[in-house]
Design a protein around this ligand. Structure first.
Ligand SMILES: Cc1cc2nc3c(=O)[nH]c(=O)nc-3n(C[C@H](O)[C@H](O)[C@H](O)COP(=O)(O)OP(=O)(O)OC[C@H]3O[C@@H](n4cnc5c(N)ncnc54)[C@H](O)[C@@H]3O)c2cc1C
Length: 494
């Protein structure tokens, strides 16, 4: 049966489905039916009140942890198929959770049937083809740990805890992107449960249109149970996190501009600042420095290393995983987090100064916002261009657009709409400066935002630009009844 839009949830506010917190009924009976239809021994239903339920419905941001009727953990693709058939037959909203890091409420949480993919957790290295099977329910650090036993690495997330499922379905910026492209450029096959519950293998040969659409199309085309990805030999790396006083903005900008001139594909950086709204003592600038080799050449990082630092965890000759462990990002248990991003060509000193000036306690502090993070993520475009596959996202590779990330941490759910609106205004003011500085494309058809932290007001056209028409065609073929529209997030409508 088609998914009725009159249900008032998980359908389309513009092109975006957003909140599912006001559902009319409970879906316990559907959960019981799912439980009775599971065939794999390890498939299980977790009920409200249990520790497992609490663990698996928890998301990185409290605002994304919705009160599901149950949390189901299928252990086979067939059981994923059974769930999809049942939620379709009963028009039950559902959420698919990988690592739970998406901060848009309803993108992977739900008030209906919560599907935890954590039992899809295999990592199988194929030495003959230099590829690996990676379960869609893993976090990237578990993948790196398993591949590390073979001195291998894959193109995946840059932080501990980020999920394979979500990141691989939206694009995927990695520490290896300057060398090897995006995560989507390194996926060579998908094991996919189609929206109608059937299991299929998707590759460039087997189903080229769907293969293209899965490269960036998010949770719109079914539920992926396994990715087959390229892997590479990986030796020791250099790097770690350095933190600086928030007052060192000009030295920081100067160091970043010097780094950007180096154009070394083995070098990476992830920087930004954190504002503590209650005390400037808790605010700081951070720079995560990375070089894909046991030591970094002199020059590009020198100014970062010479700046007065609060702490410095940079080390040579370390494993990739130990490098990631220097900056485990706090889950901030119990905190709501909203994020927005704006994709820019690059970062000028003026643009960064504007971010520092606008992302302050004065702008957001009044609304129970305890912290604001702004992240600046420059990446050299070599791998983005040379390793590019034909992908739904990004919709073109004429130039690389990088997310400038904004996040507000706050406590009070009654401030949700105010915080969202303040964050959107902050994004808009940064967008205007980026436009004036030539860092935001003036040709609207060449813009593309990143699904990673796209807010609820960001439309499909803004995310997918030139890919929208083809995405709608594939959607019509694969999911004519819009079964995936019962799950939240940014929805492609045929
Ligand atoms: C701390 C932090 C660090 C980050 N680092 C990076 C980074 O280095 N590079 C980068 O590109 N992005 C990064 N991100 C953004 C991140 O990639 C996105 O938030 C992504 O959606 C997270 O994936 P997940 O599986 O953890 O999230 P989830 O919230 O579990 O899922 C996100 C979306 O994917 C869907 N989904 C998940 N699994 C499946 C599946 N198997 N089949 C179908 N749909 C599925 C969900 O339904 C949901 O819509 C980071 C985010 C955070 C919070």
């Amino acid at each position: 049966m088609p998914v009725p839009s009159a249900l008032g949830y998980a359908n389309f506010i513009g092109d975006v489905s957003y909140s599912s917190q006001t559902l009319p009924s409970n879906f316990t009976a559907v959960c019981e039916q799912i439980e009775s239809q599971f065939t794999a021994l390890e498939s299980v239903v977790y009920w409200p009140g249990s520790e497992d339920y609490a663990l698996h419905t928890e998301h990185w941001s409290l605002a994304s942890s919705l009160p599901a009727a149950c949390s189901v953990a299928p252990a086979s693709p067939e059981d994923v198929g059974a769930i999809l058939r049942l939620v379709h037959a009963t028009s039950t909203p559902f959420g698919v959770k990988g690592g739970g890091h998406n901060s848009l409420p309803g993108a992977s949480g739900t008030a209906g049937v919560h599907i935890g993919m954590h039992k899809f957790n295999e990592v199988v290295y194929h030495e003959d083809t230099e590829t690996a099977y990676i379960g869609s329910g893993l976090d990237w650090d578990h993948v790196y740990s398993a591949l590390g036993e073979h001195d291998r690495l894959a193109v995946g997330g840059r932080a501990i805890g980020v999920g394979v499922g979500g990141l691989s379905l939206i694009g995927g910026f990695s520490w290896l992107t300057a060398e090897r492209g995006l995560a989507v450029d390194n996926i060579i096959a998908y094991q996919l449960v189609l929206p109608n519950g059937d299991l299929t293998d998707v590759s460039a040969d087997a189903n080229p249109d769907l293969f293209w659409a899965l490269k960036g199309g998010g949770n719109n085309f079914g539920i992926v149970t396994r990715f087959t990805v390229n892997v590479f030999e990986q030796g020791p790396v250099w790097g770690g996190l350095v933190a600086y006083p928030i007052t060192e903005q000009e030295l920081f900008i100067d160091a970043l501009m010097t780094f950007n001139e180096a154009r070394d594909v083995k070098a990476g950086i992830l920087t930004g600042f954190h504002v503590d709204t209650s005390s400037s003592d808790g605010s700081f600038i951070f720079a995560i420095l990375f070089y894909n080799g046991p030591t970094a050449p002199a020059g590009m990082f020198d100014k970062f290393l010479a700046m007065p630092a609060l702490s410095n965890a940079v080390l040579p000759d370390r494993t990739f995983l130990s490098f990631l462990e220097t900056y485990v990002l706090p889950k901030r248990a119990g905190q709501r987090m909203f994020a927005e991003n704006i994709n820019v060509k690059g970062y000028t000193p003026e643009l960064i100064r504007h971010m520092f000036t606008e992302a302050t306690a004065d702008t957001l502090g009044a609304f129970s916002v305890t912290g604001i993070d702004a992240a600046i993520l420059p990446i050299q475009d070599t791998g983005f261009k040379t390793k590019a596959l034909d992908t739904a996202w990004p919709p073109h590779r004429q130039f690389m657009l990088l997310p400038a990330y904004l996040e507000a941490q706050f406590d009070d759910a009654t401030h949700d709409s105010t915080v969202r609106s303040e964050l959107q205004q902050l994004r808009e003011s940064i967008l205007q400066v980026a436009l004036a500085e030539g860092q935001y494309p003036s040709d609207t058809t060449l813009r593309y935002e990143y699904l990673c932290s796209a807010g609820p007001a960001v439309t499909l056209d803004q995310i997918y630009g030139l890919s929208v028409a083809r995405l709608r065609q594939v959607k019509l073929q694969v999911d004519p009844e819009n079964i995936m529209g019962l799950a939240g997030g940014h929805k492609i409508v045929s």
